[in-house]
Write a protein that binds this ligand. Structure first.
Ligand SMILES: [Zn+2]
Length: 390
């Protein structure tokens, strides 16, 4: 009955909802720098029209977080929606088939920056709030929408700020939380509950060599060659890390996937025909690293004495930043270099520096296996940092 009512409401207002999502995508909120306040104002206007009040918490240059609730009673059960308003920058716009802010509607799909991650999910939450209010479908408890800034750059000014400064201070607890992030688990059917998140370590690795004129490069120590040597051996890092008990093996994950499919053969067919799925399963269950930025050299005829690389490590539960740093120190030692934390004092100093740029711990729902029902299957989320344990 309730489902029918909701479905009818969606069918009757389909155009309005699609246009609202398009408007969110068209509202630029590239982070950096953020500009999430533009999106917050659109959400506020839309919800106010539906009789729902919102509070906007501005900060910095045109940035903001937003909280909206169905009512003012928080003493019964609360469900919290969490969705981020920022999106990653679009890169080179010429490479986009449809402009990133166009929100082009084609073949029943909407194309634009953030359509998937995660203005689509955010719009669904906002619209559901409006529908539940309009149809008076919640008689007890409360539904809270927390639209946040800063997710794409760590979440400290968004979700973390809202938790500390609003929810904790006002004593608002939620019984359940829904995060509208995309899962990237096509072609696997939905029915997925994420059981945790991998940790993240953004590390700046600096190689310090010695400079010389490149007519005779042998008198210098080329920092770019040092970095190349390091990167080429990075896949040996595992050998220098303590063995930790695996929380979830690829085999177990495959078994879980098989539970929700009619039979194991179907899964095996998908698994063998879609190499991308193998990569996803690997990334979900192992430490991964990716060298994403590299800088070095100042002139075409000068042997560089400095090179830096930013590496993005994603840690599984049980692994810590210290373990990775220790492992890298041993790896660098094995390559014949020293790791020093102090900066270069003499021009002939040759060493590596490891600087933590950002980090977040992994989290895991320890007893997830005991809580698992037959048709519910649980996964480990790999690419976003969020801290939502109220
Ligand atoms: Zn996201």
């Amino acid at each position: 009955m309730i489902e029918e009512l909701v479905n009818k409401e969606i069918d009757n207002n389909r155009e309005e909802y699609i246009e609202f999502l398009r408007e969110l995508i068209q509202t630029e909120s590239y982070n950096p720098p953020g500009n999430e306040k533009n999106v917050a104002l659109k959400i506020e206007k839309y919800l106010r029209n539906g009789g729902i009040t919102c509070e906007i918490f501005p900060f910095g240059e045109n940035r903001a977080n937003l909280i909206a609730t169905l009512n003012n009673n928080f003493s019964e059960k609360n469900l919290l929606y969490n969705g981020h308003m920022d999106v990653v920058p679009p890169g080179s716009e010429e490479k986009w088939k449809f402009p990133p802010l166009s929100a082009t509607l084609k073949r029943n799909k909407i194309f634009g920056r953030g359509a998937t991650d995660m203005k689509g999910g955010l719009a669904a939450m906002i619209i559901s709030l409006k529908i539940l209010k309009k149809l008076h479908l919640i008689s007890s408890g409360n539904l809270i929408l927390n639209a946040v800034a800063d997710e794409e750059t760590g979440g400290k000014l968004g979700t973390e700020w809202c938790l500390k400064k609003i929810f904790f201070q006002k004593g608002i607890k939620s019984n359940f939380i829904i995060i509208g992030e995309p899962s990237q688990i096509d072609p696997i059917p939905s029915k997925v509950i994420f059981i945790g998140e991998k940790g993240e370590l953004e590390l700046k690795v600096i190689s310090n060599g010695t400079s010389s004129h490149s007519w005779n490069p042998f008198t210098g120590k080329n920092a770019i060659y040092m970095m190349t040597d390091f990167i080429q051996n990075l896949d040996k890092l595992d050998e220098f890390l303590p063995k930790i008990e695996s929380f979830l093996s690829v085999e177990k994950l495959i078994a879980l996937f098989s539970v929700i499919l009619p039979n194991k053969e179907i899964f095996e067919r998908i698994y063998n025909e879609q190499p991308i799925l193998k990569n996803i399963l690997y990334s979900l269950t192992q430490l991964t690293e990716s060298v994403n930025i590299i800088k070095g050299g100042i002139k075409s005829n000068v042997v560089p004495d400095y090179c830096e690389a930013i590496i993005d490590f994603r840690l599984v539960p049980g692994q810590t930043t210290d373990m990775i740093i220790n492992g890298l120190t041993k790896l660098i030692d094995e390559l014949g270099y020293q790791v020093k934390q102090n900066s270069k004092t003499k021009s002939e100093d040759v060493f590596f520096n490891l600087e933590i740029v950002d980090q977040s711990e992994s989290s895991i729902w320890e007893n997830w296996e005991r809580s698992m029902t037959l048709k519910t299957f649980l996964l480990f989320k790999s690419w976003h940092f969020r801290c939502l344990f109220l």
